[in-house]
Design a protein around this ligand. Structure first.
Ligand code: PMT
Length: 324
């Protein structure tokens, strides 16, 4: 018997995790993803010209989907614009970390914050001789986005891996964690993605589009096992782990964050309320609750700047302690 979330479940967590992965459709290009991860981690373990290995952080970003049909027409989505993950990635890279950015396709990307919503169409124009040029108000923003992004990729600081479904997300997260295991305390997980809590197992999922003519939809969703436990216990036990807690009711936010910290043995839980998430977050640790706010005197400041500064400081102390 395994009791979680106050409820009693018949299935032990390991069996639930095994059943989730067994029922998942095979990940496309799994071998290619593992190869990229291996090369990225090897490169950052002995970066050229520099003696010491770089710290590596896996930043998850965006929401996972739960398909309702195998040939998917309909799905359930989890809200996240990807802003938190993309912006945090920039600050981690600035702090010298290598980032594995596991992101939902179509969500915010690092270095694109100052670009308009549809950059391709809004930033560029064709001149008479068919050359493409950047339109005047966007020149500086495009230059900065392109050069910072390309420098991060070329310097081996950024590896981007996309997902859409909960199946892809958890399979890739597992591969990342296994690849990072040998980094020990130099590995960080910053789990900002909004992850589905319920899913339809692949084998019991309708193959074709569900017909509305058949009447009301009666569908059983199974609970997605909390992978934080597996991550902490088995996949990368020495890693420094930060999870997030999102609530819309601020009255229960900190209590839920504290529960998650203890239950999943996280090093930190970042608690945020939906409507104020870009202004402030509270970082919950074993013995503190630290309010982190955006610098409101600066129009374009981000809450991620002081947040990542705090995390980097705590991670440094953790690395030092682990070395003793
Ligand atoms: O992207 P933005 O628009 O900028 O918004 C950022 C954010 C609000 C999405 C982000 O700051 C945030 O709070 N992300 C986590 C939201 C969430 O899904 O919380 P949760 O209570 O469902 O999950 C808590 C933690 O458990 C998360 O770190 C999640 O990765 C993890 N989890 C969740 C479900 C599951 N089955 N397994 C998990 O490991």
């Amino acid at each position: 018997m395994d009791s979680r979330n106050g409820s009693v479940s018949e299935t032990p967590l390991d069996a639930e995790i095994e059943s989730f992965f067994d029922s998942a459709p095979p990940l496309k290009d799994s071998a290619g993803i593992i190869k990229k991860l291996k090369e990225f981690i090897e490169y950052n373990s002995t970066p050229p010209g520099k003696g010491s290995p770089r710290r590596v952080v896996c930043v998850t970003s965006g929401g996972t989907t739960v398909p309702l049909e195998q040939r998917c027409v309909r799905y359930i989505d989890n809200f996240s614009s990807g802003h938190r993950g993309a912006t945090s990635t920039e600050y981690f890279i600035k702090a010298g970390y290598a980032v594995i950015f596991l992101y939902r396709r179509g969500t915010f990307q690092p270095y694109c914050q100052s670009l308009p919503e549809d950059p391709l169409l809004e930033c560029f124009e064709c001149s008479d001789d068919s050359t493409i040029q950047v339109r005047q108000p966007h020149t500086e923003a495009v230059k900065r986005a392109v050069s910072d992004h390309h420098a991060a990729i070329a310097g081996g600081h950024l590896l981007k891996l996309p997902f859409t479904t909960i199946f892809e997300y958890l399979q890739i997260l597992q591969s990342i964690a296994m690849s990072m295991k040998d980094l020990g305390s130099l590995a960080v997980f910053y789990l900002a993605a909004a992850v589905s809590d319920f899913y339809v197992p692949w084998k019991s999922m309708a193959e074709h589009k569900i017909q509305s003519a058949s009447g009301p939809l009666d569908m059983r969703l199974v609970q997605v096992p909390k992978m934080l436990s597996a991550l902490k216990k088995e996949w990368a036990p020495m890693a420094f782990c930060i999870s997030f807690k999102l609530e819309t009711d601020s009255k229960i936010l900190l209590e839920k964050a504290e529960m998650a910290l203890k239950k999943y043995r996280m090093h930190m839980v970042v608690a945020n309320e939906l409507s104020t998430r870009k202004e402030e977050v509270t970082v919950v640790t074993g013995n503190e609750k630290i309010l982190v706010c955006r610098d409101k005197t600066q129009a374009d400041s981000d809450v991620e700047e002081p947040l990542i500064e705090l995390i980097v400081g705590r991670h440094s102390a953790y690395v030092k302690d682990s070395d003793l």
